[in-house]
Design a protein around this ligand. Structure first.
Ligand SMILES: Cc1cc2nc3c(=O)[nH]c(=O)nc-3n(C[C@H](O)[C@H](O)[C@H](O)COP(=O)(O)OP(=O)(O)OC[C@H]3O[C@@H](n4cnc5c(N)ncnc54)[C@H](O)[C@@H]3O)c2cc1C
Length: 207
């Protein structure tokens, strides 16, 4: 049985920073994550995407942000159960909880913090016939390494922050960037929308 003061389900940015705040109160944390590494969406989906909305960082790669969070919590020596999904929670007579993973690892703590974010990560695929046959051959749902697109012609489909951020970033990497969105209005941050418009005016992005 792994014991801690606070058991955190989810080792994304929220779970990791919880370790820091709890550490200031001298509370020891243990984290469970279904993924094999900490960092949640930042590590799994977009480690090389720049993030522009973290206080104190004009620009930071998602992977670097996770590295910094790991460095920040190191003094509090959290425990990790990685690659295991928390499946059941049971309350004991002393009011503490036992959380058991899909691999049978048991954790006991008086407090369970759920920082599960989106849960599991599944791309929302566009309804295009036989798109599966092109996956991995030019059709991707995650940009893991933008260098793959250097001097290539890239089409990005989407209208949220991710589509806008990558369009802005790849404008200086790819030979041509075309952003396609099904509506006239973008869902992303207004500032990013303006940047995309500027790049369009400079002929660096096709809309
Ligand atoms: C492509 C993309 C780009 C983004 N860009 C930005 C950006 O530029 N700026 C910004 O502020 N935000 C951005 N976001 C959003 C940001 O990544 C999330 O808001 C952030 O990751 C939330 O952190 P979290 O720790 O709450 O959850 P998550 O990062 O989702 O982490 C939750 C963790 O919980 C684990 N988990 C869930 N259920 C269980 C379980 N039962 N057992 C074990 N583990 C479990 C998951 O495996 C996961 O690792 C972006 C998101 C995406 C997808």
């Amino acid at each position: 049985m792994i014991k801690s003061d606070i058991l955190i389900i989810g080792a994304g940015p929220t779970g990791l920073f919880t370790v820091f705040e709890a550490g200031l109160l001298k509370l020891k944390c243990h984290l469970i994550d279904a993924l094999p590494q900490p960092g949640g969406q930042c590590s799994e989906i977009y480690p090389k995407k720049p993030i522009y909305d973290i206080p104190g960082f004009p620009e930071v790669l998602a992977g670097e942000l996770v590295d910094n969070l790991m460095e920040q919590i190191k003094p509090f020596s959290p425990g990790f159960t990685l690659g295991e999904r928390a499946e059941t929670v049971e309350k004991l007579e002393d009011d503490s909880f036992v959380v058991t993973t899909n691999k049978g690892t048991k954790h006991n703590a008086p407090i369970v913090a759920i920082a599960g974010g989106l849960g599991s990560f599944e791309p929302r695929k566009p309804p295009i016939a036989s798109i599966e046959s092109l996956e991995g051959k030019g059709v991707e749902y995650i940009i893991r390494d933008p260098e793959v697109y250097r001097d290539k012609r890239v089409v990005i489909a989407g209208g949220g922050d991710s589509a806008l951020d990558w369009s802005i970033f790849l404008a200086d990497v790819a030979s041509e960037v075309t952003l396609i969105h099904r509506r006239i209005v973008f869902r992303g941050a207004l500032d990013s929308v303006e940047k995309v418009q500027e790049l369009k005016n400079q002929g660096k992005i096709n809309l």
